[in-house]
Design a protein around this ligand. Structure first.
Ligand code: ATP
Ligand code: MG
Length: 537
């Protein structure tokens, strides 16, 4: 279980307990400090007047109450999550990027009993908590504890009976790309399985420094990342003690890092590229990695980005290898212990091998959290709550096949080398044009290679003759925007250029030039919404 993992890391001799768990904003925190702080916060949680239940070993605990956690990436954020687990609660991280309405939706949906936040968000969160009838509590700063203090000063930590692996530990909300964010309930067991899988696949060791994970930056900044790498590997060929070794990001982060690099003067470029070359691993996920980004990154840093595929529901399941061939345009192969099935549409008699990816994995979430909050408020009776709980399990049940595979909603296929190719969401990225089923991702990836195209989104719009028409929205690169304004590129020019790369029926028949694409906090575009907007135009 996760708690066992924590215990192993933290209590196996003073050496491990004193080693650094997190660096944030030039401060380092040891495992001992982190755990001791978490223990204090957990005592605070258990004595805050929230309802508690009897624990197996005498300690009263929160019995699965949801604790919302709001903090920038920091030691306090991690301490808040650990504290929630120490006190038998379920942690619900709340994104700082959420606008207030989204925050309220998630807090009401999860039925948060208590919000933990750091001082910098106290005002906002106190008022939001009040609107959701939740309590509020401050996470104290993870302080330096005396080096004499032994981990055994908190003997109860050893005794907390949280080794029920199937108990909910964490509710993570999905990115909300296709609708309102859904709460995916992860258990201690599913989290532990994921941690172990990733540690093995990418050979994480205690000497790795993971920017954003082991070390936190308060807010992503292009300059900050490049600077941190240059400090890690100075030009004299040395390596700082706290050098970053691993970095991971969504594709837009890499585009921005590339732009930042291009804007540097030659000396700084040389220092930055040489530093980045010395990282051990750079990875991309969360949405399709455009080929030009992969190629430019490799040209600058020498690193072939490792692309992988995951979802909030099972975190990560398919990945290109750490050692071995990382194939562009693919997400690699399933991790050990993960099974993938491609469910072809029984109503279609094509044999393209394309179908919905269905996944079985030890890191699979338990269920979607879908509390009947509105009906409960309306009627306030247990009867209605009951009916809604049944409906809730139905929602989760519908997401699984009879033989226990999770339906991802993503279309994919296997290539000749056994690598998986993601073709996009079955709901928004697979277009039916004439008799053909086309992948928007494939067309986007081709169009992105055009020098004038900075960003691109392809979707199918209703068409009387063909069912759907391929429509491309393009954000031109800055230079083109300045030069010719709206005439940066025409549909004819684009198609003329693309005709060697795409079959004729894949070429766009409608083109929109936009200033930017509407992206959510994860950098993703809600195509369903866009289709509605464009269909009315
Ligand atoms: P919601 O479920 O609320 O609509 P979401 O699906 O975007 O939002 P996440 O769980 O963050 O929320 O994202 C998972 C999705 O991201 C996958 O279903 C898939 O469509 C996409 N994705 C993840 N990795 C890749 C990848 N390497 N290539 C292409 N798409 C990817
Ligand atoms: Mg999803």
């Amino acid at each position: 279980t996760f708690m066992e993992l924590v215990k192993k890391v933290c209590w196996r001799g003073i050496e491990a307990a004193d080693s650094i768990a997190i660096r944030a904003e030039h401060e380092s925190y040891s495992y001992k400090q982190l755990i001791s702080s978490a223990w204090e916060i957990s005592n605070l949680l258990c004595n805050s007047g929230l309802e508690t239940v009897d624990g197996v070993r005498g300690r009263r605990h929160l019995g699965g109450a949801r604790i919302g956690i709001v903090a920038k990436p920091s030691a306090e954020f991690v301490a808040g999550i650990l504290a929630t687990w120490f006190s038998g609660g379920v942690a619900v991280p709340l994104a700082l990027s959420y606008p207030e309405t989204e925050l309220l939706h998630v807090m009401n949906d999860a039925e948060i009993s208590m919000v933990l936040s750091t001082e910098d968000h106290q005002q906002l969160m106190q008022s939001v908590a009040a609107k959701c009838a939740a309590q509020f509590s401050l996470i104290p700063s993870v302080h330096r504890i005396s080096s004499h203090e032994s981990v055994h000063d908190h003997p109860q930590i050893e005794e907390i009976a949280l080794d029920k692996g199937d108990d909910p530990a964490l509710i993570i909300y999905t990115s909300g790309t296709t609708g309102k964010p859904k709460g995916a309930v992860h258990t201690h067991k599913s989290i532990t399985a994921q941690v172990q899988t990733l540690a093995e696949a990418w050979e994480y060791t205690s000497t790795d420094q993971f920017l954003n994970w082991v070390e936190f930056m308060p807010k992503f900044s292009v300059r900050g990342v490049w600077q941190r790498w240059r400090e890690s590997y100075p030009p004299n060929g040395s390596k700082a003690d706290d050098a970053i070794t691993v970095f991971t990001g969504v594709p837009t982060i890499y585009s921005r890092l590339i732009q930042g690099y291009e804007a540097m003067d030659p000396d700084q470029q040389a220092a930055s590229a040489s530093a980045a070359r010395q990282l051990r691993l750079t990875m991309s996920g969360s949405s399709a990695l455009p080929l030009p980004v992969m190629q430019e990154w490799e040209a600058i840093t020498g690193h072939r980005l490792l692309e992988r595929y995951g979802m909030t529901e099972f975190v990560m399941a398919i990945s290109n290898p750490l050692r071995g061939v990382r194939k562009a345009g693919t997400v690699g192969k399933p991790f050990p212990g993960v099974q993938v099935k491609i469910a072809e549409d029984p109503n279609e008699n094509d044999t393209t091998g394309v179908g919905e990816l269905c996944i079985r994995s030890p890191s699979m979430f338990k269920e979607y959290w879908k509390l009947p909050s509105d009906i409960e408020i309306l009627c306030g009776t247990k009867y209605f709550v009951c009916i809604n709980l049944i409906l809730m399990s139905q929602v989760t049940e519908d997401s699984f096949t009879d033989d226990g595979f999770f339906r991802t909603g993503d279309a994919g296929k296997i290539d000749e080398d056994g690598y998986y190719v993601i073709l996009g969401r079955t709901s928004a990225d697979i277009m039916k044009v004439g008799g053909y089923k086309l992948s928007a991702l494939e067309i986007e990836s081709a169009l992105l290679e055009h020098p004038v195209v900075a960003e691109c989104c392809v979707l199918g719009l209703p068409d009387k003759t063909y069912g759907e028409a391929v429509c491309a929205i393009i954000v031109p690169v800055e230079a083109a925007k300045r030069k010719q304004e709206s005439s940066a590129i025409s549909l004819e020019e684009l198609c003329e250029w693309a005709k060697d790369k795409l079959a004729p029926y894949k070429l766009p028949t409608r083109l929109f030039l936009w200033e930017s694409l509407p992206r959510n906090a994860m950098g993703k575009v809600n195509k369903k919404e866009l289709k509605k907007v464009l269909a009315d135009e």
